[in-house]
Design a protein around this ligand. Sequence first.
Ligand code: TA6
Length: 298
Amino acid sequence: MDAKIPQKLSIPGRVAEEPGNNGLMKLILTHPSGARVEIYRHGAHITSWRTAAGVEQFFLSPQSHFRADRPIRGGIPVVFPQFGDGPLPKHGFARVLSWTPVASTETATGAVTLTFQLEDSAGTRATGAPAFRARLLLELEPTTLTLTWGVLNRGNDRWSFTCALHTYFRVADIGRAAVEGLQGVTLVDSLRADRREVESRAQIRFAEEVDRVYVAAPNRLAVIDEAERRRVGIEKTGMVDAVVWNPWIDKSKRLEDFGDEDYRKMVCVETGNIDKPVSLAPGADWSGSTRFVADKEH
Ligand code: TA6
């Protein structure tokens, strides 16, 4: 079991740590408004975000593993330094490594923040990745959650990587859910040999498996949950692309940490740098952020 967070990081009533599922340690951020986030050291993985109204915004699979060698299914997997398949295990090593909480604050405006850090290790260097430092800053406010991600190349050579926040949004009914903001954007369809085409729809709705990278997507997107009259705005900076994924029926059955019917209750809308990798000279750093804004549907 991880050690408890150092006393200097805990803030009474705001930042605490406790054993989570399967004994993995999780930190809990609580905003004075009642908004709340849970994040595991494992993968710096956010598993829950509730707004001040107490409404859960993310999907977490009841069948998720909580094991050091498996990613958590749901919430926000941190995909780094590789999106998808490639020389590393799929979606990279960051989501199955333990990150370290290194700072926590309550800002003058009342936001509660927590910073996690991941640095290179013999294991990561064995994959060919250089010395690096990755940091993930969470900022929690009554109806928003902002993640700011920074990567510093501490190696001696240029380093290119792809990355994403692989966010699983909770919806009451996929049949009454939609993703907005991608009309006119070039998409790469993973289910059709990476064929490229232009998204024609103002609202993307779901009636089959969807697995598409949207290249250079607009910085404002939205997930609509009509059944609960909810809308979550997504505001990204420095994270060029977006991904829309729903496994639908057949793939859901193939995912052993995901219920056969769970495709009805979630949609992934991811933000990241996928089509064109981030390329860092030695000593250079990259930063990107994604803000989630929970709102009642207008
Ligand atoms: O982001 C979409 C995707 O690449 C899909 O192809 C699907 O495999 C999903 O990620 C989940 O991947 P995982 O390795 O977490 O099962």
